[in-house]
Design a protein around this ligand. Structure first.
Ligand SMILES: NC(=O)c1ccc[n+]([C@@H]2O[C@H](COP(=O)([O-])OP(=O)(O)OC[C@H]3O[C@@H](n4cnc5c(N)ncnc54)[C@H](OP(=O)(O)O)[C@@H]3O)[C@@H](O)[C@H]2O)c1
Length: 330
């Protein structure tokens, strides 16, 4: 089969013939139709998540997919050959930029019928990120959430999902997306090139940060006393290492790395969480149900072939995102 391979960190991804993936008893063999391309893929190439997930090379790239099941492992339950499924690939075994992938069935969910393969590929990784962030925040209805940088692919899922929890959603980002962001349900939109959000916001209940270190202190300043900040781009802390069941060495390392933000949070009884989205078929099934009950707009930014994977990765790296960049494989 054809697959997009990273042969070594910091190198270009190359598309070439490789062996079919080996299946375990809990795996399904998926023929991949489409795959979402994420900033995470570029971070993997540049070894930026190596401490969280150390990948060995060569690596079949790709963190999320939509496809149909062609084979079932012995212990697979609840799925049949021919089902159209999607998922965030398990952290320790990615490989969605390929014609086939073997995936643990517990990482996937059935795709809502109304969604095309392109639309469905915008969902798994970012929707699970939103759900896992909201699980940490434990918000109550009518509370406010500020989603920074909500005009990209993450915001396209996080905004409607936060709305479905009954939250008031405020986001900032690139002004060219304002109409789309309002259609997704955002209650307030701030153009980051025109308005400084710290001058117009205060006492929000929760912050979902996509901007990381350069903006974290400022985002804490608009959070109410006792509020929660979940960062997708900041430094991991000790709480993350324990929650993720990482080794004692990494617990020590991340406790030191994230201490600055734990201290910042503690000053006003706030909580700092770091999140690295993990696979979760059941969580994704809830997202599918949410979509079936009340379909939300999906945001496809650009579609590339598997052979154009490098262009797709460059597009994601170059900014100006209007949603998800997709690889169309079949
Ligand atoms: N930890 C995790 O598990 C996890 C999961 C999902 C995403 N993430 C991270 O979350 C971030 C966003 O992901 P994404 O897929 O949504 O990326 P994306 O599609 O590239 O979108 C990023 C958006 O943020 C906007 N932006 C840039 N600088 C900004 C600023 N200073 N203030 C407000 N908005 C700004 C961009 O606008 P311009 O067009 O003007 O640049 C763009 O619309 C990435 O860093 C990604 O790695 C992490």
């Amino acid at each position: 089969m054809k697959a997009a391979i990273l042969e070594n960190y910091h190198k270009d991804v190359v598309v070439k013939e490789v062996e079919m993936p080996k299946m375990g008893p809990h795996d399904i063999l998926v023929k991949i139709h489409t795959a979402g391309v994420n900033p995470l893929d570029n971070m993997i190439i540049h070894k930026e998540v190596n401490l969280i997930v150390p990948y060995s090379m060569p690596l079949v790239m790709g963190n999320e997919f939509v496809g149909t099941i062609e084979r079932l492992g012995t212990y697979v339950k609840g799925f049949q050959i021919g089902d159209r499924v999607y998922g965030r690939m398990p952290l320790n075994r990615i490989g969605a930029f390929a014609q086939y992938a073997a995936v643990d069935y517990r990482a996937v969910a059935k795709v809502p019928e109304q969604l095309s393969d392109e639309q469905a590929a915008t969902i798994p990784l970012t929707a699970l990120t939103a759900v896992q962030a909201l699980d940490l925040m434990k918000p109550k209805e009518k509370e406010t959430i500020f989603i920074s940088g909500g005009t990209g692919s993450l915001g396209a899922m996080a905004i409607p999902i936060a709305k479905s929890y009954g939250l008031t959603v405020i986001t900032n980002g690139n002004g060219a997306n304002e109409e789309r962001i309002k259609r997704l349900g955002a209650d307030q939109f701030i153009d980051y090139k025109k308005t400084d959000y710290t001058e117009v916001l205060s006492d929000v209940d929760h912050v979902l940060d996509t901007l990381g270190e350069k903006e974290l202190e400022r985002q804490f300043s608009i959070l109410k006393e006792g509020g929660n900040l979940v960062s997708l781009r900041g430094l991991p802390n000790g709480e993350f290492a324990v929650r993720s069941n990482l080794s004692f060495v990494k617990r020590g390392l991340f406790t030191i790395a994230g201490r600055k933000y734990d201290k910042m949070a503690a000053m006003r009884k706030q909580k700092y969480f770091f999140l690295f989205v993990h696979e979760d078929g059941k969580g994704l099934e809830k997202v599918s149900d949410l979509y079936r009950a009340r379909p939300f707009e999906t945001s496809v930014d650009g579609v590339f072939s598997l052979d154009e994977v490098d262009q797709a990765l460059q597009k994601v790296a170059s900014g100006g995102s209007k949603g998800k960049t997709i690889l169309k494989i079949y």
